[in-house]
Write a protein that binds this ligand. Structure first.
Ligand SMILES: Nc1ncnc2c1ncn2[C@@H]1O[C@H](COP(=O)(O)OP(=O)(O)OP(=O)(O)O)[C@@H](O)[C@H]1O
Length: 116
């Protein structure tokens, strides 16, 4: 970034749209309802951040563990994106695979391959 752009940023002289810019989360379907694709067919457990449900994909029948975390607001979503991004790209026999992640009504849903 140029010196001039840095100065504009420090002095808050941007275009005025910066605060309104919506964050883009590459691996999270924003404002999308997981129940369009997944049926919650049971409960698997409780974690530090929320409940984990047993989910079944409506078309493929694939089973998954759907972890649901209630967030205070959309800004808190940024705290989870690192984990979501790593799980989306990581393919290892000892690490659960992330199918899909959704964010709707301040709830983050992450559907990973069920292992138990
Ligand atoms: N992929 C899965 N397959 C089967 N059961 C799972 C799976 N993921 C979680 N569970 C169940 O849900 C419970 C809570 O999981 P969760 O990952 O939230 O635990 P946690 O240890 O609190 O992790 P974190 O600190 O990331 O929230 C687990 O103890 C387990 O019983």
């Amino acid at each position: 970034m140029s010196f001039f752009n840095n100065l504009k940023k420090v002095l808050h002289l941007g275009s005025g749209n910066d605060a309104k810019k919506k964050k883009v989360f590459n691996n999270i379907r924003d404002n999308s309802d997981p129940s369009e694709n997944w049926d919650m067919v049971g409960e698997l457990g409780d974690g530090a951040f929320g409940k984990v449900y047993k989910a079944q994909h409506k078309t493929t029948g694939q089973l998954a563990a759907a972890k649901m975390c209630v967030l205070d607001n959309e800004d808190d979503l940024a705290d989870f994106t690192v984990e979501i991004d790593i799980l989306s790209e990581c393919r290892h026999p000892n690490v659960v695979e992330l199918h899909e992640a959704y964010f709707i009504d301040n709830k983050l849903w992450a559907a990973t391959v069920e292992i138990a």
